[in-house]
Every structure is written in C-alpha cells, then in structure tokens.
Design a protein around this ligand. Structure first.
Ligand code: FES
Length: 298
C-alpha cells in the first residue's frame, strides 16, 4: 500500500514542484534576515528539529475533539478545537523553517505535506465557525443540523491531518529530511592516513582556505592555520552539502547549500538550518612527512 501512496504523492509534482519553488523563495526571503529566529524555530538549541516535537500536540488534541463530540461534551470539544488549531499554527511555523531549506524531491513532498496541513487547518477553522455561529448562535445554541456539520467537518479535518502526517513521516523516515547525515557513522578513533586533494608548491596543505581530503572511506574538509590543521567531515549534517565548497568566517565554515555554520575547532553547529554538530577530526604529522587523522572524541 505504501508504494501506491508514494506514487500518488509523487504524481502531484505538476503543481507541487512550482508551488514548492515559489514557497522556497518567499520563505527564504522571510527567514534569512532573521537567523536567530530561524535557529530557534529549527530547533538548533534543542539538538533536533523542533517541528517533530510540536506535531504530536495537534494530532492528540484534535483526536480528543472527536471523542468529546461523540460523548456530546460540546463546550469541552469546542475549547479543545480552539487549542488544536493554535497548536497546528505553532507546528506550521516551525515546519515552515525546515521547509525553507529543502531541495528536489524532499521539497516536492514537503509541499504536498504542507498543502494537506493547510487544507486540514481550513476545514478545522470552518468547523469552529459552524460551532460558534450556528443558526441558534453561540456554542450552546447551535442547532442539531449545524452541530452535525461541525462534527463531520472536524472528522474530515482529522482525516486530512493524518494524511498530511503520513507524508511528513515519509519525508523524514524515507527521505531522511532533517535527519543527521552522520547518524550511522562509526565513532572509531583509529589514526588513518590522510590524503589531501591538493598541496601547495611546498608540499603543504594550502593555508587559510577549505581543502578536501580523503580519510579511508570518508571525505574531510581541512583548514590549515600555520602548523595546525583543523578538520571536519566534508558532508554537511543537514542535507549532505560539501563543506569543502564552503566559505570561512569567524572560525567557522559555512555550508554552500543552505548556510549552516560549524565551528572548525570542534564541529559545533553555530547557525542552522542544521540542528546537528559536525564530526570533527584531529590531524597530525606522520614520521614520513605526511598526515594522519582520527575522529575527535568530545
Ligand atoms: S546541506 Fe543544508 S546547510 Fe549544509
């Protein structure tokens, strides 16, 4: 069944791709000038995406609305619906910051996910409006037909919400969006021969700029500062961008894809959208005049 669902999502590309590109532009124009707010909403301070924490709230609360409606607990159901709508809005804001830095298929599926969530939100708002402004006026005064319409709209809203949640789950678990690119990397600390991709005329690692290097199966980015060589894994923890193509600023390297910053000394993420630290490595000279490196332990 999931293969059919994935085909159905990807068949939405005709509208989801251009809409996703449009959303990408205005969301970036909105969030890029306020990096501190974006980091807060991405969840850098939390060490993983804030959106994944907040999404559980509306699903639970809006399921409770259905139960309260079935039990004919009208005021409680209506209050829960208001809280659920507010929780959806909070979740949407955090999701929008993650969405702003998606690419390719992830952006397309994220567009389908967000479109379903917006539809669900609108259906819930309609349900609330019917509850509050039914023929009798006021929560208690809504007549039977209006009450049935209010309940059915919230059930439809919940079904759309669950569909949107499924697409969001697919985005994370099947495509690895906002999952650390180093989640499965071994933490072995054996010294391994390091092979810089380029050397200067003196046979040294070029100074003051990022240089790619090979460390066994891994690619590193090196930055030489005098006798010290600082090294991080080359693949950005956010979405795999090549840090060796990035720029240096204030002791950090800036990813060329979405602008995440990592401290060269220890790999700490200092600016999102990445919410994960980058693996850092120690580098030393070998007796033969070459270099070797090993994973740095915190
Ligand atoms: S890949 Fe997104 S910031 Fe590096």
């Amino acid at each position: 069944m999931h293969r059919w669902l994935v085909r159905l999502i990807d068949a939405q590309g005709r509208w989801a791709r251009p809409l996703g590109d449009f959303n990408h532009r205005w969301l970036n124009a909105l969030f890029r000038p306020i990096p501190a707010v974006r980091d807060l909403l991405n969840g850098r301070w939390l060490g993983h995406p804030l959106h994944s924490v907040l999404t559980d709230g509306p699903i639970g609360i809006l399921f409770l609305v259905i139960i309260l409606d079935v039990l004919d607990q009208r005021p409680a159901a209506d209050i829960a619906l208001v809280v659920g709508i507010l929780a959806m809005l909070a979740s949407a804001v955090t999701g929008a910051t993650d969405y702003a830095d998606t690419d390719g298929l992830a952006r397309q599926r994220a567009t389908v996910h967000s479109a379903l969530m917006v539809v669900s939100l609108l259906v819930y708002v309609a349900s609330l409006a019917v509850r509050l402004t039914g023929a009798g006026g006021g929560v208690e005064g809504v007549n039977g037909d209006d009450r049935a319409a209010a309940i059915w709209t919230s059930i439809i809203g919940f079904l759309v919400l669950i569909a949107g949640a499924w697409v969001g789950g697919n985005l994370v678990f099947a495509l690895g969006n906002m999952v650390s690119r180093h989640a499965f990397r071994g933490s072995g600390t054996k010294w391994i021969a390091l092979e810089p991709a380029e050397l200067d005329e003196g046979g040294e690692i070029p100074e003051g700029r990022p240089v790619k290097a090979k460390l066994g199966l891994n690619a590193l980015v090196l930055v030489r500062q005098g006798e010290t060589v600082l090294a991080l894994h080359d693949q950005c923890a956010h979405a795999g961008g090549p840090l060796s193509g990035g720029t240096l600023t204030d002791g950090c390297i800036v990813c060329p894809w979405h602008g995440s910053r990592y401290r060269l000394a220890d790999g700490r993420v200092t600016r999102g959208p990445s919410v994960y630290d980058q693996p850092a490595y120690e580098v030393r000279r070998t007796d033969g005049g070459g270099w070797e490196a090993r994973r740095r332990v915190d």
